[in-house]
Design a protein around this ligand. Structure first.
Ligand code: G4P
Length: 193
């Protein structure tokens, strides 16, 4: 079991509706030592790639992506969620649906911060249905950038996102893959990796 799986078993809470609450260490209160370890682990896994930018989406991805970008010594860019329909021509725009909030957002990145010379590592906290990642991939591709890989902290292996992204041929590394969660007993089963 790796450091993250251990922490999920210690402090994660299984809620009804297949939701894993990790807000005491990952996406509300953040354990900075753990973030540093996550940053180092993604650096280790993608060290063979010529990463020039780390790309994520607000809000929860930002705190994690900062530590990954620091390890690579490159800028971090986060896609902003925008409700505005008046998107100007200086932006790359993708549509993303949120599982938790049951809504749709346009996510945008300024054309000034991604271009065809970029080699992008996409980072996010959760992978469930993969909508957020697909939005980020399409933004990177609109820029003509190379998507070198995707790094996820917690993948919900029983939802379709991981399979969809891997089937598209992208290198996807998840630090923990939850294959099953029991809302009654609190039991969490990880995929052996
Ligand atoms: P995706 O992230 O793979 O696209 O999946 P989906 O659209 O289904 O989920 C989107 C949102 O739901 C993301 O946050 C994601 O972090 C969150 N999420 C999915 N499953 C879980 C879970 O089991 N536990 C927790 N805590 N979050 C989960 P978001 O709403 O888009 O944004 P934000 O919270 O980062 O602002």
């Amino acid at each position: 079991m790796n450091f993250l799986e251990e922490r999920i078993l210690k402090d994660g809470i299984v809620k009804s509706g297949n939701v894993l609450k990790v807000d005491s260490f990952l996406n509300h209160q953040m354990d900075i030592s753990l973030m540093e370890e996550i940053g180092r682990e993604f650096k280790r896994r993608f060290q063979d790639k010529p990463i020039t930018k780390v790309l994520t989406i607000e809000a929860s991805g930002i705190g994690i992506a900062v530590f990954v970008a620091k390890e690579f010594g490159v800028p971090m860019v986060f896609a902003k969620k925008s409700k505005s329909i008046n998107i100007d021509g200086d932006l790359f725009v993708a549509e993303v649906e949120s599982f938790t909030h049951k809504n749709k957002n346009q996510v945008v990145v300024s054309k000034r911060f991604l271009n065809a010379d970029d080699h992008v590592l996409i980072i996010d906290d959760f992978l469930a249905n993969g909508c957020a990642l697909q939005g980020l991939i399409s933004i990177a591709e609109m820029a003509g950038a190379t998507v070198e890989g995707l790094g996820i902290v917690i993948e919900k292996g029983f939802q379709i996102g991981g399979r969809v992204i891997r089937n598209l041929g992208y290198r996807l590394e998840s630090l923990a893959i939850v294959d099953a969660m029991d809302g009654e007993t609190g039991k969490i089963t990880f995929r052996e990796q």
